[in-house]
Design a protein around this ligand. Sequence first.
Ligand code: Z16
Length: 831
Amino acid sequence: MSKAKASESTSVEREHTRTGMSKAALKQDFLDNLFYIQGRFREVATPHDLYMAAAFTTRDRLLKRWVKSAQAFKTLHARTLCYLSAEFLLGPHLANNLVNLGIIETSQEAGQELDLDFEAILEEEEEPGLGNGGLGRLAACFMDSLSTCQIPAIGYGIRYEFGIFDQAIEDGWQVEKSDTWLRNGNPWEIPRPKIRFPVLYGGHTEQYRDQNGEPRMRWVPSWVIDGVAYDTPILGYGVGNVNLLRLWKAEASESFDFQAFNVGDYYGAVHAKIEAETISKVLYPNDEPEAGKELRLKQQHFFVSCSLQDMIRLHLNTVGPLDDFADKFAAQLNDTHPALAVAELMRLLMDDHGMTWDRSWEMTQRTFCYTNHTLLPEALETWSVTLFERLLPRHLEIIYEINRRFLDEIRMRFLGDEDRVRRMSLIAEDGERRIRMAHLAVVGSKAVNGVAKLHSELVKSTLFKDFNALWPEKFHNVTNGVTPRRFMVVSNPRLARLITECCGHDDWIRDLDRVRALESHAESSDLQAQWKAVKLAAKRDLTEWLKHVTGVQLDPAAMFDVQAKRIHEYKRQHLNALHIIRCYQELKQGLLKDPVPRAFIFGGKAAPAYFLAKLIIKLINAIAEVVNNDPEVNGFMRVVFMPDFNVKTGQRLYPAADLSEQISLAGKEASGTGNMKFSMNGALTIGTLDGANLEIREAVGKENFFLFGMTAEDVLEKQIEGYRPWDYYHGDHELKADIDLINSGLFSHGDTKLFRPLTDDLINHDPFMVLADYRAYIECQQRVSEAYRDQQHWVRMSILNVARMGYFSSDRAIREYAKNIWGIAPTPIDL
Ligand code: Z16
């Protein structure tokens, strides 16, 4: 080491000691926390004690930045983004925070010197699974990027006591186990018992006159509960910025007078407490709304009301009068789950803060922006007017008034077009009257966006066609992204090191466009060899773990063909299954001379009440059982269903995939984000022209992407001309043979009925056109196998996929939101 270098490193060390980032400081504080917080010494500490000590040691290092950020945002009156989301699917914090602090390697070394198993400590963390899938994970990626891009932000949501269920597989079926993530305590959150707001339900409204004799409305509720804040710091990568994730827990009200309602009724009073607390008890495990679930509406009102009251309080404490509320805050509605906020802000401004309708409405419309995440009609939220009236009578009045004024505007613009008025109304009048939450969100927001180019176009041309005709400037696209910190650096350190080495810097972690530097090395046999070795090592890790959790032994040399996402008919896991059956039959019939060995890997949860999705899981496991136990084929193919796909297990999966299955029916997947995670880790995609797949294909190059299937236009046309799956079934003898093999009972110990609900549905209805895309898919899979034979070419394509994924960083998405939608500039916090 040169003299200059040596003195430089000591000065860095001195700095690190001062800021607590040195190895010595980390070791010292770890032991300190183990002693003072866990009350344990090294020899008797359980793995959980060690994890808690590591978590507190890390958290201590966030707090200074957190306080500094909060102070700066307050004194600067920084314009702040509030991300309102019923879901935040965060994943484990520890490794992510160490990466963002820049001390993951130092911590690893510190652990080594203390003779600790670093990986085992990370593994101890229970992830906060406060989301279902893509939408909740997007919110988590956005929180990471908001901090990294130095945008002052607060994430607002619900602190569910039970997050998404843990999935077990028993006899091939999905079994749900309750998620008890808080059981051992949560070192990342700080309870704020003094930040507490009343949330009102039920009762009636009445008119009264205020001191000035002006007529005003008052809501007299029949039930009040409290929301209490729990804060989690979200640190950006390599910056001083720490944003706040504020989740609300429901508690019995302190101020509400139980006595008045339960005179001497102790049991009744306690019961009311229990009832209050059920509101934040459990996350609804569906990726589409369950009709008429009263508790769900209560949850939505609960977190929206707490969040808006909190924003108003912050505003009054810092900026002052509410007139410029919309200058201080932008509020993003993550789907329609928080769309009630439009009515709730109106209510708070008018009833609690004495503002007029017109001023309140102007402010409301300037505050909110709305992101749509789906076009599936069954996934669009509506609430029955009757339920609304019973639970939120004041909101119903306000929504009626918003609608009355809005429809007057429509009648004025489109004279005599009553059909248009009916289509655009906030209230659906066919059958039971229902409130259309998406319409409320569009009318109450200044900007509306879809989550991928194609999706945003379809939003304008189908779902919100009439609204687009009225307010074309309101509609935007912001293509989703994912954070490279968690989905590259944390989950795939080997690849991250290789990229850093190859680029000569690690700036790509904050500016993912810079991975493009890899492009010029794609031909280098040196890089190719290392690239292959990195992938193989990841496949070995996954193989070992899958063997441990499922008993299935994979061959790391086989192509890892992975589909991991929620189980849903539109995502077409059953199309994948048909291809597996095709491979099986061809191997059995000796039709394949030199087959390319494949490991078919699935992961994903089904909504507990979604019968067909659960049957698809059973089918995959049933096929696995036959294939994996058939020595005639299992040297060439294995099938495994990885239980409990979540952020943590996903992090094991993405680095090990060779092939990423993105095979939804065109027009149905709004964006997809798993597609990005796989591609960033060097998997090639087999996919349809759906969601962000289109943009991924354009970015990585058409020649580096396996495209098949109908376009969204083809699908619309076919629907109009009348789709007849029966014709495909009878027109393609291989397809028929695959479906017939399921019905033969081969995969179900002779039970020929078990899978009939699925196969009958495919042959007779097939709402997601599996059969129409079957042939194209099979042919495309053959091209995949051929390509995989040429390993040099494959690795080159893999490098190019990673090199060209810069656009799909959630940092880019956040910068677009900040500039085009929120109008918020960065506020850097100096370290
Ligand atoms: C969800 O995860 C999504 C949409 C929705 O209506 C409800 C839930 Cl829980 C997903 C989309 O299906 C997916 O395409 C998209 O990438 C993701 O939201 C994030 O935008």
